[in-house]
Structure formats: C-alpha cells, structure tokens
Design a protein around this ligand. Structure first.
Ligand SMILES: [Zn+2]
Length: 287
C-alpha cells in the first residue's frame, strides 16, 4: 500500500533525520529502491518526474506497477509515490492516477500566482489524503527540461507558502540538479536557518542531493531538512556498472546478453547507492 509522505516526514523532522526521495525510471529502478528500503527498514519516497512518467507509459502505469510490486515483494516499510516537479495539470493527473504525494512546482510563477495554484492543488490533494510539496525559489540546473536559475529563496515567501498548508517545502539554497560544477559555492546555510526559523515544524526539502558533500548534508538535516532528493547519483551508478559489464565483454559470454543478466550489475549498483544514502540521511531502522 502506498502512503502519503506526511507522517514519515513529520517523524523525520522530529527525529532529526531525512527520508530519501529516489527517482525511478523503470521496473528495475523501482524494484531496487523498494528492496533496499525493506532491507534497511527505512521509509522511502519514490520520485517520478513528468518526463519519467511519460517514459513509463503514464502515471497510471507507474502507480499500478508500484502498488503491485509492493504486494508481490512483501514490502512493509512506508512507501510514498511522489510526483517530482509537477506542473499544475501534471499534479492533477498524478492525483487522479493514484499517486500518494505530489509536488506542485510553481516556482516559475510570480509569488501570488504560485500561492493561488498551490492552494488549489492542496485542496484537491487533501480531500484524498495525499501530501503536497511546494517550491519557492527555482532550484538550479535542469530537471527534465525544466531549467531553474539557482535562486536563493526568500524566507518570507517560504513562510507565505508554508502557511497555505503544504506538507513539505522545497526552497532553493544554492542547490542544483545534476552534477555540481567545480566552482560551486556550496549551500547557503544562513538562508536555510532563516527559512527554518520562519517555517517552524515544516519539513524542508533539499533537491539536487547528488554530489553534496556528507558534512553539508548533515548540517542541512540539523537545520530542518527532512527530505532529500537523489536522482542523478543512481543514474551514474547504474551507467557505470553497466558500462563495466559490457567493456569486460560479459554480454558476449554464454547467455550474458540476457537482460536479466545484463541489467543485474546496474541494479545492484542502484541498491548500493540507495543504501549509502539511507545511512547518510539517518533513515535506516526508522520505518
Ligand atoms: Zn528537484
């Protein structure tokens, strides 16, 4: 069964750890993340961008596959299926398709329009027990064609959006999607502390978790971050393991071309990355 992300994040905020959101791309990704969460007794959030949803034949396919997999694999830890960077229309579609959590990314709108649209999504989601993430201050880099400017959020605007009744709030604090450039300035902890002060118990979300040094992750958690999004890092691990398999010529040995063999090293690499993140975020044994 899928659950809303609300309870797991309230617990994480109180317990000073973070729950990982790991983005999925296909059956192998979903299975690898679910099994790792179960093995580590950790709550987990499966992230689905609109592009990944399209790739997997629509939100309904994703929701039905995930629910069936939870049953078939005997997964008992809390799992939320969450739309990542949803548009206004996308959020409505994901809610209708059976997602248990949605992000409405209104950061491209002026604050007044962001507020109006966020309110509508909250009303719709709340009527079905679905959690909502909102965003203030675009997050840098590119996510499925959505290019963010890497702004630092205004703490007062964060409070305005938090007060609407969202369950979690993403705020730009110098974080970027994808790989970080060598000259990256790091996270802006002063702003994070101000946002935390203004928004109180609201679980804060850190996007662009790939490549942020462990000490910065820990400091961010101590300042109220309760959800950390990881996407690129699993992709890099998967690609690296798959490349090694093929470069070693293993697809040419025996039945090494069988997709169940060919994709196995990448599958194990995703599991290892997810486990490492759950340990770093402190969510192991918090299910
Ligand atoms: Zn993001």
């Amino acid at each position: 069964m899928l659950v809303s992300a609300k309870d797991m994040l309230v617990k994480a905020k109180a317990g000073k750890y973070a729950v990982g959101q790991f983005n999925i791309n296909n059956l192998e990704w979903t299975k690898a993340i679910l099994l790792t969460a179960q093995e580590n007794n950790s709550p987990v959030i499966l992230g689905v961008s609109e592009g990944a949803g399209k790739y997997m034949c629509g939100f309904k396919t994703v929701a039905d596959m995930t629910k069936a997999m939870i049953d078939e694999l005997g997964i008992t830890v809390p799992v939320a299926l969450h739309l990542d960077h949803g548009s206004y229309e996308g959020a409505k579609k994901a809610i209708a398709a059976g997602f248990s959590s949605v992000m409405f990314d209104g950061s491209k709108y002026a604050i007044d329009e962001n507020i109006e649209k966020t309110k509508e999504i909250i009303a719709l989601a709340n009527s079905k027990g679905i959690s909502v993430e909102a965003e203030v201050g675009a997050i840098g880099g590119e996510e499925d064609g959505v290019v963010g400017g890497g702004e630092v959020a205004d703490p007062d605007e964060c409070k305005q959006i938090a007060d609407l009744g969202v369950d979690m709030l993403a705020a730009g604090i110098g974080n970027i999607h994808g790989k970080y450039p060598a000259n990256w300035a790091g996270l802006n902890f002063d702003v994070l502390a101000q946002i935390q002060e203004k928004t109180g118990i609201m679980p804060l979300v850190l996007h662009g978790g790939t490549g942020i040094p462990a000490d910065m992750i820990k400091k961010a958690i101590s300042l109220g971050v309760s959800k950390i999004n990881v996407n690129t890092e699993c992709q890099l691990s998967f690609a690296d393991a798959t490349r090694k398999y093929i470069e070693a010529g293993k697809d040419l040995e025996g039945k090494g071309f069988d997709p169940r063999k060919l994709l196995a090293p990448g599958f194990e690499a995703i599991k290892a990355t997810v486990k490492e993140k759950m340990e770093l975020f402190g969510s192991v044994n918090k299910a």
